[in-house]
Design a protein around this ligand. Structure first.
Ligand SMILES: NC(=O)c1ccc[n+]([C@@H]2O[C@H](COP(=O)([O-])OP(=O)(O)OC[C@H]3O[C@@H](n4cnc5c(N)ncnc54)[C@H](O)[C@@H]3O)[C@@H](O)[C@H]2O)c1
Length: 424
């Protein structure tokens, strides 16, 4: 007899929760059965969205996270709330499990694992103590553009000429969609914490042979990094933020970085030096979110740019903006509604959410540990904190490093980029 589909409980009902639900249309063996949100109305809205897409089964709304975890139809949870809630939400889940009031077969946690290394470790340790399989939700390492090209690079290139030596990964868009992302204390920093977690992990993934854990293959040696406030600290754009998000820190004086680049040197499993160059920005005004990836090896290379899309469409300027549908209805972080516009036909699949959730469901159902685990999330957080430290101190940071207590100045609002004209 076929096994009963895994019952999924979604915690959080915002932007990324909707992306995950959309991806579920191509995921087998699991249904969304519960949603927890502080707002009963948003829980209902997400539940109805899942049911309308045919991926929700009598979705029950909960305003209390512990109640969702105890819901006997819930077998695994996806934690999709903002960064500053991460530790508290995980502790609530794990307390229910440890006390025996709930039993779960899997816990999946969105990026980043924490706002700093102490938080990321606290999350991983709490989940480890329950003994439940866990997944770190880094969608990019499941994106077909990366999984397929890595397969080709390693099978046809690396096998005959040696391992790849340089991964260059970037992610850029025009800035996040909710106030808490801009609040550097709530988010844990700026674009480095928000987006470099993706680019760095994509780089580690590409440089590592399929079937091997990047933590086993790549030993960090050093990092240099630069962070800057290029766009959103300018008077005009800081004023836009102040208007959109009343109460937000004043970006003219206390910005979060909107540009971050880091160069990581590792030694790989062959004993060779290899590099990840990661660059991220909230200052890219273009037709959507630009994800680019390159991998260079001795006799091979790959490159991929998400904005090449599956097709282009064109809308004349005479149409004006559509009053019923914004630009993002066409593509995540699209800034325009006219002109030549790239189309990514299936965004959840293209960005990796579909393969990610399919893998996690398969592993959780089988009682196995997914490849991208909370330990991967801890490693990524340590590498990100190292980049912040290197940028803050304008030094080359060399391993071993001890960043257990370190909190970036951006996250404590004590980062004041040099050269600001008008600090009070
Ligand atoms: N993988 C990706 O590419 C990707 C993309 C976007 C966001 N994310 C991550 O997903 C998480 C959520 O981001 P989002 O874009 O959905 O944010 P969002 O602001 O759109 O939604 C957050 C949700 O959490 C709820 N929430 C807010 N404060 C809460 C609290 N104190 N306790 C419980 N729930 C609370 C909100 O009501 C909302 O439902 C973040 O950690 C973010 O970094 C990942």
């Amino acid at each position: 007899m076929a096994e009963k589909p895994l019952g999924i409980g979604i915690i959080g009902s915002g932007f990324i929760a909707h992306f995950h639900v959309r991806s579920w249309q191509s995921v087998r063996g699991a249904d969304i059965v519960a949603v927890a949100s502080r707002s009963a109305e948003r829980a209902r809205e997400l539940g109805a969205y899942a049911e309308n897409l045919g991926v929700g089964r009598d979705v029950r709304g909960h305003q209390d996270i512990a109640e969702l975890v105890r819901d006997e139809r819930v077998d695994a949870v996806w934690v999709l709330t903002p960064n500053h809630t991460r530790v508290q939400v995980i502790e609530q889940i794990c307390a229910e499990v440890r006390s025996g009031r709930a039993s779960l077969r899997g816990i999946a946690v969105e990026k980043p694992l924490g706002r700093n290394l102490a938080e990321a470790r606290a999350v991983a340790e709490a989940v480890h103590a329950t003994g439940i399989p866990h997944g770190y939700l880094e969608n990019q390492v499941y994106a077909p553009r990366l999984t397929r090209t890595r397969e080709l690079m390693w099978a046809r290139g690396a096998r005959r000429s040696g391992s790849p030596y340089l991964a260059r990964c970037t992610e850029e868009h025009s800035g996040p969609h909710a106030q808490w992302f801009w609040d550097s204390e709530a988010q844990g920093g700026g674009v480095l914490n928000d987006l470099m977690c993706h680019s760095l992990e994509a780089g580690r993934f590409l440089l590592t042979p399929p079937g091997t854990d990047p933590d086993q293959w790549l030993r960090p040696v050093s990092v240099t990094a630069t962070i800057a406030s290029l766009r959103w600290g300018r008077d005009r754009y800081a004023a836009q933020l102040a208007q959109a998000y009343p109460g937000l820190q004043d970006y003219r004086h206390d910005p979060a970085e909107d540009y971050a680049s880091a160069t990581y040197t590792f030694v790989n499993g062959d004993g060779e030096p290899v590099i990840v160059e990661a660059m991220t920005s909230w200052g890219f005004i273009g037709s959507g979110m630009r994800l680019s990836f390159e991998l260079l090896g001795p006799e091979y290379s790959m490159n991929s740019n998400s904005l090449r899309g599956d097709a282009d469409v064109f809308f004349s300027g005479r149409l004006g903006d559509d009053p019923d549908a914004g630009a993002e209805e066409m593509l995540e972080k699209q800034n325009a509604e006219q002109g030549l516009i790239p189309v990514i036909a299936d965004e959840p699949a293209s960005y990796g959410y579909t393969a990610e959730n399919a893998h996690l469901v398969r592993m959780f159902s089988a009682g196995q540990q997914p490849a991208e685990s909370l330990d991967s999330g801890v490693s990524v957080t340590e590498l990100l904190m190292a980049a912040y430290y290197a940028a803050e101190t304008e030094t080359v940071l060399r391993w071993p490093v001890d960043l257990a207590e370190y909190v970036p100045a951006v996250a404590t609002r004590t980062w004041h980029p040099r050269g600001r004209r008008d600090r009070p």
